[in-house]
Design a binder for this molecule. Structure first.
Ligand SMILES: [Zn+2]
Length: 223
């Protein structure tokens, strides 16, 4: 499906040079081994996700024991990224920031896009959401320090002030709606600093609610 979609958009999958990721779960990394084989592209992954990427999710802190839930064909990592590293191809420059929580190596990508002489800051976020069953506050947590990781990730996101934001599930940022509006509004359809702030605030609130829930903090009575 992905190969056909790439062709439909007028590109050649064989031209892919670098593969990057948000985090090492099957719904994001599941096709990497296939695409490396097809394209010979090099795979660049944040250092703390290298192990699960290369063992197909068996070392994932949450799903490792039942790795088939989020597991995938292992893919060899060609370039190990550290937080703040740059991935560059032609005019495209991407900063890779480690935003752990969802996985240890979750990565938020930051870039600048220039359109008609105007520069737009772009943030492609990942890592700040938890799945059902994650233990983020009450010992034994999924890993020591997971709660601190989530809080640092949310704070990192708050400090970014993107014009354009994207995420690893398209409904987060309304890909369909924005694409539709872009037909008449051009790049302006993608500019959405308010939507970004709301998304980050929602993720942060959901996290703190989950912490309260796990720790049994009483809720104020609804009025
Ligand atoms: Zn995931």
């Amino acid at each position: 499906m992905i190969v056909e979609s790439i062709r439909k958009l007028g590109f050649r999958p064989e031209d892919i040079k670098i593969i990057i990721n948000g985090h090492a779960h099957s719904d994001h990394a599941g096709a990497f081994a296939f695409f490396k084989e097809l394209t010979g592209a090099s795979l660049a992954v944040m250092e703390s996700d290298v192990a699960p990427m290369e063992d197909g999710g068996k070392s994932d802190f949450h799903y490792g024991a039942d790795w088939k839930i989020m597991g995938f064909p292992p893919a060899k990592v060609d370039r190990v990224l550290r937080s703040g590293d740059i991935v560059r191809l032609g005019d495209v420059v991407l900063e890779a920031w480690n935003t752990p929580g969802h996985t240890r190596g979750s990565t938020t990508w930051v870039s600048t896009l220039v359109d008609s002489g105007k520069a737009y800051k772009v943030v492609f976020l990942d890592g700040g959401g938890f799945n059902p069953g994650y233990r983020i506050a009450k010992p034994p947590t999924d890993y020591p320090g997971i709660g601190d990781d989530y809080r640092r990730t949310h704070h990192f996101w708050e400090m970014q002030k993107p014009d354009i934001w994207l995420g690893h599930h398209t409904e987060y940022f309304d890909l369909k709606g924005k694409r539709e509006r872009a037909k008449t509004e051009g790049v302006n359809a993608w500019v959405d600093p308010e939507g970004y702030r709301e998304f980050v605030a929602d993720k942060k609130r959901a996290f703190e609610d989950e912490v309260d829930e796990e720790l049994g903090v009483p809720k104020p009575a609804a009025k």
